[in-house]
Design a binder for this molecule. Structure first.
Ligand code: ADP
Length: 229
């Protein structure tokens, strides 16, 4: 029964996020036209409110896109097969290369990388999400440094992703894995609050787990596990 209710809820989230896209696209489209052709006719107060409308619709677009991506996890057929962790990290580093350059970050990869039993796309998205966070939640005066470690224990491959960023107070260590839960304002650190929920969901599908060890101002270590091939 619980599975059925869960499935219904997932279908609901999927169709809501899917159906909200079209009206939002039309709001953004018309707003852009006003911005281009008619904004000069508004007074300063009007222009300020209008800028806020555009900013909010952009933020809503990002939320809906992320929500749709989240509800797509597990809907598409998932291929669990032997995957080289080295390939996953290579893809991740390629995807993030611009961001890594821009932030002046150092990313230290492990020398030896085993095979996991998982889905290549899901695994790559897990690393992209975690590394993106490591690059984003940084102290303002320090370049990001991310250390990735790997160990094999019994039937599991254990991976740690450690950053030197702003850290997370222990009372929030469970909360951050829930959808839409964020600890910062859009102005300080933009985001949708869906990334870590997606990481957790993807790992659960592949038989793994995620947890965090961190303290405020002391960096964070995200520990994830995969089934070993
Ligand atoms: P988003 O980054 O879009 O807000 P996430 O689900 O990825 O969403 O993260 C949820 C929250 O957890 C973030 O808003 C942030 O407050 C906190 N967080 C995630 N990763 C880190 C990190 N590496 N260092 C500090 N805080 C983090």
């Amino acid at each position: 029964q619980l599975e059925e209710v869960n499935k219904e809820l997932e279908d609901f989230v999927y169709s809501v996020s899917h159906d909200l896209r079209a009206p939002l696209r039309s709001i953004s489209g018309f707003a852009e036209i006003i911005d281009r052709r008619h904004k000069a006719f508004l007074n300063e107060e009007g222009q300020h409110y209008f800028d806020n409308i555009i900013k909010a619709s952009k933020q809503m677009g990002e939320l809906i896109d992320d929500l749709l991506k989240f509800s797509r996890i597990g809907r598409k057929a998932i291929k669990i097969e032997p995957v080289a962790l080295g390939d996953v990290l290579k893809k991740t580093m390629e995807t993030l290369s611009d961001q890594i350059k821009k932030t002046g970050a150092r990313v230290n990869l492990p020398g030896q990388m085993p095979f996991i039993q998982g889905d290549l796309t899901l695994a790559t998205h897990i690393f992209i999400n975690l590394l993106e966070n490591g690059l984003k939640y940084q102290k303002p005066d320090e370049a990001p440094c991310i250390d990735i470690g790997v160990a094999v224990k019994d039937q599991m491959v254990l991976v740690s992703i450690a950053d030197n960023g702003i850290g997370i107070e222990p009372e929030y260590h469970d909360k951050i894995f829930k959808i839409f839960q964020r600890l910062h304002s859009q102005e300080d650190y933009p985001g949708t609050g869906i990334g870590l929920a997606a990481v957790k969901k993807s790992l659960q599908i592949m038989g793994g787990e995620v947890r965090v060890e961190s303290a405020l101002g002391k960096g964070s270590v995200f520990r994830i596990s995969f089934l070993k091939h």
